[in-house]
Unconditional design. Structure first.
Length: 381
């Protein structure tokens, strides 16, 4: 019985040893196998026409702004506009009581008639006295005195005509009309108000909305490039809202200011926009993108694919076997989330945009769709 028990124990130990050996063999086999692949974000190298923009901050300003004030004193009898209304040149906006000025005009015209009659009478008297002088009845001095009265009456008549013109002008000023095409603001007077020419408060403000202007700033280092491009033609300007994502309108560059602000090192530029849908409003804050040029057939990649090291700029390239290679590249420029490559890449090649910290030359990767930011950067134009 003892021999049989010892024999059974030996068999059990032998089986355990064999199982332990198999387990160690499997672990060694796993340790000597290929390393696991690394999941990474991948984007394709693209060749396309790439627009180069200069960006700046700007403010919308009305192309023309008119603060209407009265040039005469009087009471308002009509207000012929609604707040926020679009008006055209010559539209009657406010009527001031014209009756006092109609009376002044009639008075000036009556004075003219009186003085013309007196002049005619003086001429008749002169002819009579001339005959008497020739007959030796009156002295030469009396004839000269009568002739001198002509000049007095002629001067009075000239003053009467000037008074008539002044009265007509004042009567014209009783009609406040729009001098420009634009949009009416909030009115500051009502029917029955008495307005005076000496008042500094405008009755209404009109702003021209079509076209409208934007003044924005750019660093002085960029001015020479803009000036050179302006010689080739008109430059396009795109304007965006505060979020710099919502495009509001497209216009053209009008001019560059004649001086640089030394405190900020920037210069002002002015662009003009047709603004047909009133998307731009005076004093609105905007982001401006000035299209400087369009690079033809540019090689572009997301900025997230660009790496920098002691040897310079490079990117991780994924080949057909999903193996990583290190590819040195030269950049022409970066704009937003997009980089333009001057050399080192070809269209259609794949570069790593996410997960580079786990990579080295020869690493096996599992390509995945790029992150939303990388994807949008690769498609930005």
């Amino acid at each position: 019985m003892k021999v049989r028990g010892v024999h059974g124990l030996g068999v059990a130990l032998l089986i355990c040893g064999m199982l332990a050996g198999c387990s160690r063999g499997q672990k060694n086999a796993k340790a000597s196998g290929p390393p696991p692949s690394v999941p990474v974000g991948v984007a394709s190298v693209r060749q396309r026409d790439f627009p180069v923009y200069l960006t700046g901050l700007g403010s919308v300003m009305a192309f023309n702004t008119v603060a209407l004030k009265t040039r005469i004193d009087g009471q308002i009898t009509q207000v012929n506009f609604q707040e926020g209304q679009d008006v055209k040149i010559g539209d009657l906006l406010i009527q001031i009581d014209p009756r006092p000025y109609q009376v002044a005009l009639a008075t000036a015209q009556a004075n003219l008639q009186r003085d013309e009659a007196q002049l005619n009478f003086a001429k008749v008297q002169y002819e009579r006295q001339k005959a008497l002088y020739e007959a030796g009845v009156i002295a030469k001095q009396d004839l000269d005195t009568q002739q001198a009265s002509f000049g007095q009456y002629e001067g009075t008549i000239a003053a009467d005509k000037a008074a008539i013109d002044s009265a007509k002008l004042n009567l014209f000023y009783t009609r406040i009309t729009s001098p420009i095409n634009g949009r009416i603001g909030l009115r500051m007077v009502d029917i029955g108000n008495y307005v005076q020419a000496a008042s500094t408060t405008p009755m209404v403000i009109i702003t021209q909305m079509h076209p409208i202007a934007i003044v924005f700033t750019l660093p002085e280092d960029q001015l020479q490039a803009v000036r050179q491009r302006m010689k080739d033609g008109t430059l396009q300007v795109d304007v965006y809202g505060r979020d710099d994502q919502t495009k509001l309108s497209t216009g053209k560059l009008l001019t560059i200011d004649n001086q640089i602000d030394q405190t900020t090192g920037t210069a002002k530029l002015k662009a003009v926009f047709e603004n047909p849908d009133n998307s731009l409003w005076p004093n609105q804050f905007v982001n401006v993108h000035l299209l400087l040029e369009t690079k033809k057939d540019a090689i572009t990649i997301p900025v997230s694919a660009v790496q920098r090291g002691p040897q310079g700029t490079f990117t991780y390239l994924v080949d057909d076997k999903n193996t990583v290679q290190i590819r040195p590249i030269q950049l022409a420029l970066t704009q937003g989330n997009t980089a333009v490559v001057a050399s080192g890449l070809q269209p259609g090649e794949r570069v790593v945009t996410d997960g580079q910290e786990k990579l080295q030359a020869g690493s096996l990767v599992t390509p995945q769709a790029p992150s939303p930011s990388s994807s949008s950067s690769g498609s930005q134009s």
